[in-house]
Ligand binder design. Structure first.
Ligand code: HEM
Length: 495
């Protein structure tokens, strides 16, 4: 037998064996009482069904197979939950069993998953990290103490839009909001601006965070065929190692400077979150670097993309924008910046934010969960290790819950008690249960203030004379759901 025939023979027989094993496993899987789902192909399972917008394709599949559905993604059994009732079952009634994370291979880069509050299982270490986050950053007292800092950052955002207005230039809304989110976080933690508020210097960091999101969110064969993990065939882990390395280097430098300063002044000041973290954990510097990496990755793009989508919807729906401006004029006064304390008196603005989260949840499948034991749901059994995706995007557009679900209608939330804090499972953009987003209280302060201030300080027009109804509303999928075409809008002077 020549070499070519041998290779062909080898490939064919290997494929046949894998196909047989896979078929055998699939039959076994059916017997294991899993929820229904599309028939998987040998070896690749249902991978081809994902497409490049998995939130949309899985929503469509759920219409055929139901709100609890099994997919075989390569070798990984995945269950997709697509209704508020099932989300409540997993995230509230059986929260503990569903609280582990399915860790993408990319997150093993530089062993980030070993020290990360996002990826650790619910254990003693994770509880400690969450406690530290709550006490050092997100408690009511901490957030109140840092409100003037956030006010300054929003002032800078409005000043930047003012400069664009004078120069007749459009604002790239997502990019500007990203600089603000980045500086809010970097000032809260390190007391420094990581971005010049009036320039594009945040672009590199934004690209870095975006690249991390894309790498973590993109289909990686290794995640579906864990046996190939050491090979890293698409190079995802290699690239992630470089991105993590650059971010950790940046934060390591800032922490090093702070430690030197504390040694010089010989006192443990408590001026910002870094001081608070060092006071609790100075001996464990590595843990602080990692926590900062988590916070910047989890907190910047989610916040700025929410603002970009909210502005996009307002420019797409001029009547909603007009009503929001009228409310602001009446409550705050035309042309003024919004204070955090004003938010409670702005029900229409709050409704716009909820409607944006309903229709454009930034993290459409939450951060993937995994069951850490065999679990029974709706009479089915999810075997230990099953990956679980909660399709928040589908839940937000479920016609049984939301009349006219694709229309942007903030009015649906006026007089409604539904909130985003993890108790109303029809609307869970921050997740729910013990793994709910710890940054929720910060996000719910900064997003309405940024949006309200921008629309109360200027009139807005789409760049290039695009009519509202022609505005491109396409998304691109990563771990966060971004606007495919950046929103560019011209701020117009009010009087
Ligand atoms: C609009 C803004 C935001 C949205 C929509 C959002 C959404 C989410 C979601 C869906 C999760 C997963 C929850 C789950 O699995 O149930 C999450 C986790 C997390 N978020 Fe956020 N987030 C936002 C802002 C922030 C901010 C500002 C921070 C911090 C500065 C932050 C830090 C985190 C962390 C550390 C986790 C992991 C928690 C854990 O696994 O225990 N997020 N976020």
């Amino acid at each position: 037998m020549d070499f070519l025939s041998f290779v062909l023979y080898f490939l064919l027989s290997t494929t046949a064996i894998i196909a047989l094993i896979s078929l055998f496993k699939q039959t076994k899987t059916r017997k294991r009482n899993l929820p229904p789902g599309p028939t998987p192909l040998p070896v690749i399972g249902n991978l081809l069904k994902l497409g490049n917008k998995p939130h949309r394709s899985l929503t469509q599949l759920a219409q055929t197979h139901g709100p609890i559905m099994t997919l075989k993604l390569g070798q990984v059994t995945t269950v997709v939950l697509s209704s508020s009732v099932l989300a409540q079952e997993a995230l509230q009634k059986q929260d503990l069993a569903f609280s582990s994370r399915a860790i993408p291979n990319a997150i093993h880069a530089l062993h980030q998953c070993r020290d990360s509050v996002i990826w650790l299982p619910v254990d003693h270490r994770w509880r400690c990290l969450r406690k530290i986050l709550n006490s050092s950053l997100f408690s009511g007292a901490r957030l109140d103490a840092s409100s003037s800092l956030r006010r300054r950052k929003v002032e800078e955002l409005v000043a930047y839009a003012g400069k664009c207005c004078r120069d007749g230039k459009a604002v790239d809304v997502g990019r500007a909001a990203f600089r603000t989110s980045l500086n809010v976080l970097s000032n809260t933690i390190f007391s420094v601006d990581l971005a010049d508020p009036s320039e594009d210097t945040a672009q590199e960091f934004r690209d870095l965070v975006w690249s991390i999101m894309v790498e973590a969110g993109k289909p990686n064969l290794v995640d579906y065929f864990p046996a190939t993990a050491t090979l890293d065939p698409q190079g995802v882990r290699r690239r992630m190692t470089a991105y993590f390395g650059r971010v950790l280097e940046l934060f390591g430098g800032l922490i090093h400077e702070r430690l030197a300063m504390r040694r010089q002044t010989k006192r443990a000041a408590e001026n910002d979150a870094l001081d608070a973290l060092l006071n609790i954990r100075e001996e464990d510097r590595g843990e602080i670097d990692r926590m900062c990496l988590d916070l910047f990755v989890a907190g910047t793009d989610t916040t700025s993309s929410t603002l970009e989508w909210a502005m996009t919807e307002l420019l797409h729906n001029p009547e909603v924008l007009r009503k929001a401006k009228a409310e602001l004029e009446q409550v705050v006064g035309i042309g003024k910046q919004i204070e955090e304390s004003d938010i409670a008196c702005l029900p229409y603005l709050k409704a716009i934010i909820k409607e944006t989260f309903r229709i454009h949840p930034p993290v459409p499948f939450l951060i993937p969960r995994k069951v850490n034991t065999d679990v029974k749901v709706c009479g089915y059994t999810l075997p230990k290790g099953t990956q679980v995706l909660v399709n928040v995007w589908a839940i937000g557009r479920d016609p049984r819950t939301w009349p006219n679900p694709t229309a942007f209608m903030p009015e649906r939330f006026l007089g409604s008690e539904i909130d985003v804090r993890g108790c109303d499972f029809e609307l869970i953009p921050f997740g729910a249960g013990r793994r709910i987003c710890p940054g929720l209280p910060l996000a719910m302060k900064i997003v309405p203030v940024m949006l309200g201030s921008l629309i109360n300080s200027f009139d807005w027009k789409l760049e290039g004379g695009i009519a509202p109804e022609e505005l491109d509303m396409e998304e691109k999928f990563g771990i966060t759901l971004q606007k495919a075409q950046p929103l560019r809008a011209l701020p117009i002077k009010l009087f």
